[in-house]
Write a new protein. Structure first.
Length: 401
């Protein structure tokens, strides 16, 4: 079986996912088309040779409905022969798209696939597509709870305190600010321009570098009332009777930011790259998926990472850098505790608490982030993992070449 290689990764800046965000007036199809166009132009891609365009997008309705992958590729000027498909694995959708592309290439059936993701959270609100995940009756029947309550449960089970999550959030902000100051995102980030070529946004606008533990300490927990007064905390009792009371500690300042953004990644066989005069940047060593308890749904990165490591015949110590999506601060904190990973290896340029989490695009963005960081630091191996709604986890291991 041939290996799948990463040849390039690009992304838009992340814009605040509200009406006052810089990308609010931008259609999600244009966000995605900008990334696809940049990937093509940077690599002189003959798009008639692209076997598929695989795109992650979570809220597939309104501006993001109708197989946005296909129409964004056409909007970007890709050849009509390049097809497209849109995938939804909730927060893991962007990485799922890359893993799907890698599987296509590794199977030998396809030679070159463009993968990525998009989410305009300012224009298409989270949950606007409806579905069982938002249905209280379904949540009660399957034992699921809202993600914020799951995050607080994860923290409670792992002895993670309010001070711990706030301190982690401040460090995420500090690392992101340092990375931006030293232009560590510049290789991947492509400024978004309007139809006249004027720059609308050229850097991530969500970070709040003046954040302090003291300021965060003034914020009230976001999920306490939902859990206690609406009875949702009681859903956890059957599964986790040892938890007498969930310690609600997450709020907007230590949870992922709502933002807009898109990303594109070029995945191909080595032979195809050579034929096109392209140099691979990394090889995909392993990918994995797992299902986890729907109540403790955010614990998926741990078993997903173990599964990917086993597939790659590696152990935790073999990985130089980790990107663990900061959906909530307790997720990377629990991950580091359970797997014994030092913080200096995790999210070295900050994470979604500082930069934001454009649901369908984040996984693809994180892959580019860890690849850039490995190159900056002359390191070799990286692991990207995300927790996923409904109780799932996803992970990908790459190795520089």
């Amino acid at each position: 079986m041939p290996d799948a290689y990463l040849f390039d990764a690009v992304r838009t800046p992340r814009g605040r996912g509200k009406e006052n965000g810089s990308l609010y007036t931008v259609r999600p199809i244009d966000l995605l088309a900008a990334s696809l166009r940049a990937l093509r132009d940077r690599n002189n891609l003959p798009t008639e040779q692209v076997d598929d365009v695989v795109i992650g997008c979570v809220t597939q309705t309104g501006d993001q409905g109708g197989c946005i992958a296909r129409f964004a590729a056409l909007e970007a000027g890709y050849h009509v022969d390049a097809p497209g498909v849109t995938e939804n694995r909730f927060c893991g959708s962007g990485l799922q798209a890359v893993n799907t592309a890698a599987a296509m290439v590794a199977s030998g059936y396809f030679d070159m696939v463009v993968a990525g993701g998009v989410e305009s959270m300012s224009r298409v609100k989270m949950g606007a597509d409806g579905g069982a995940i938002w249905d209280p009756a379904t949540q009660w029947n399957v034992g699921s709870v809202p993600q914020g309550i799951s995050a607080d449960l994860l923290a409670t089970l792992n002895g993670i305190s309010r001070r711990d999550v706030d301190t982690f959030a401040v460090e995420s902000q500090r690392r992101a600010a340092t990375a931006m100051e030293h232009h560590r995102f510049d290789r991947s980030v492509v400024a978004f321009r309007d139809i006249n070529g004027q720059v609308i946004l050229d850097k991530d606008e969500y970070p709040r570098p003046d954040t302090t533990v003291e300021k965060l300490g003034e914020l009230q927990p976001s999920f306490a009332m939902m859990g206690r007064q609406f009875g949702l905390d009681t859903l956890t009792k059957e599964r986790y009777p040892e938890v007498d009371r969930i310690n609600h500690i997450h709020h907007a300042g230590n949870s992922s930011g709502i933002v807009d953004g898109a990303a594109a990644v070029l995945v191909a066989s080595k032979e195809k790259g050579v034929a096109l005069g392209l140099k691979p940047r990394a090889r995909i060593r392993a990918v994995s998926l797992c299902g986890t308890d729907a109540v403790l749904m955010l614990a998926g990165p741990m078993p997903a990472s173990r599964k990917a490591l086993a597939k790659a015949k590696m152990n935790v110590g073999d990985i130089d850098l980790f990107e663990v999506n900061e959906a909530f601060a307790a997720v990377p904190l629990a991950y580091m505790k359970e797997l014994g990973v030092p913080h200096e290896k995790v999210n070295v340029n900050g994470g979604a608490i500082a930069l934001g989490h454009p649901l369908g695009a984040t996984g693809a963005m994180l892959l580019g982030t860890v690849l850039d960081a490995l190159e900056d630091r002359n390191l070799t191996t990286g692991l990207v993992t995300l927790c996923i709604g409904g109780g799932m986890g996803i992970a990908t291991i790459i190795e520089r070449v």
